[in-house]
Design a binder for this molecule. Sequence first.
Ligand code: VG1
Ligand code: CO
Length: 543
Amino acid sequence: MNINTVSTTPFSDQKPGTSGLRKSVAVFQKPHYLENFVQSIFDSLDGCEGQTIVLGGDGRYYNREAIQVIMKMAAANGIGRILVGKSGIMSTPAASAIIRQYKAYGGIILSASHNPGGPDGDFGIKYNITSGGPAPEKVTEAIYDRSKVIDSYKILEGDDINLDKLTVTRLGEMSVEVIDPVEPYARLMESLFDFDKIRQLIKNDFKMCIDSMHAVTGTYAKDIFEKRLGADSGTVLNGIPLEDFGGGHPDPNLVYAHDLVDIMFAKDAPDFGAASDGDGDRNMILGNNFFVTPSDSLAVLTANATLVPGYKNGLSGVARSMPTSEAVDRVADKLNISCYETPTGWKFFGNLLDADKATLCGEESFGTGSNHVREKDGLWAVLFWLNILAVKGESVEAIVQDHWKTYGRNFYSRHDYEEVATEPATELMERLRSMVGTMAGKKFGNYEVKYADDFSYNDPVDNSVSKKQGIRIGFTDGSRIVFRLSGTGTKGATLRLYVESYEPDASKHNIDTQEALKPLIDLAQEIAQIKEYTKRDEPTVIT
Ligand code: VG1
Ligand code: CO
């Protein structure tokens, strides 16, 4: 078969963000756009010739087309073998698991995660390394640098591969295996959790509801919950992955997962509810009329980890992203294990997991995971909760309330100002950056600033430094406000404000979160002048 070398010119906007390159589908469909980026990946990898690459995506619009192009380019670039998910499907955590299990060289995951899909939606591509984790910054920078000077790419002339049949075929010299994307992942889950106990729980009139939001976890959740764990058929809602996610926004939070929220906050609500995002790495956990914040979820999993077979010997440490609440820090303190604070984005956990400095990790953005893979893992978190519920025999709410009694409650909320104008949003951040140096000791009403900085992370494993990771202002009473600009949006800028306060007094644990945080939210507005810069009176999403 012929290998064509196609001339091209660089695009200036192929810089990977928090989680790979994300753009609208229309941008990816520009001639050579996808090919330039894929060639930049191959050009940045040392010694990938003859190696195995894992490939798959969340099933969104353009997934299948992109897979065919990437396979032909892989063949032309001397890749030895491609393992591609049946129908092009592979959740992000499953891709991570499969890279590890098959000892592949790396993987290419096609997803824009929680961003809407369809011809008018978003598409994304990211590269994962041999450990199964997202490429660290030195790799994404090399890919970006390459994309700025690229002048040609290589692609094989050949027929498309049938992705809907489990087969082993060839594309030129390269072997192509269409594999079951669920089985290896489901087996890994069975090795970590007590499936018998969870099966018993479900049999005993325990009612649950899983919302896959028409995205990738439908395929996984039906197999795991309905087939392997014996839940009633219909337990999984919106379980067929659709190219446009049914027109929805596959982001598991109280705003976008409204089908599930309606069910879980009804009068006769089930005992347990959970939702996942587009590519299956996020999770939202709900009890009967009860919402578990992702930061609390991480703290509860940490506190109860030894109840679960995969973690029965305890944890080597935990890690959370900087804006994530400090609830888990309190648990780590009590367990006498280390707690690491990293910048936003899962790629920063990789080194800590590889070096066994952390076993569990989490982000406030509905992401939780462990050393079983190198990505956050939505269904893993759901199974972890089910395992804890099966052992403790208590409700979700009782477990969380009890946790607050023991450790105190970290009230926590994130306010997003989505799609605001880029320039004033950048100015807002620049202004804060210029202010933080002199803020320590300043008083704002009852609050006194203990520290203020632009978060910089020194990786304790490879000593790399990541600067400008978000403005944080901490107060003497333990409360914090944090400001960041999103690195995953595709339109304008998204300002994220994170607010946290600590309440040891159990009699105050049931105050409404927004009410409890109101003084800090007002203070954040006063300090950052959000309304003036964003021209918005209210955030678009509050979680
Ligand atoms: C967001 C979240 C971050 C998460 C990232 C990718 O990034 O805040 O915690 O790791 O999305 O998640 P940002 O830069 O927009 O704040 V996913 O589920 O898109 O892979
Ligand atoms: Co995701």
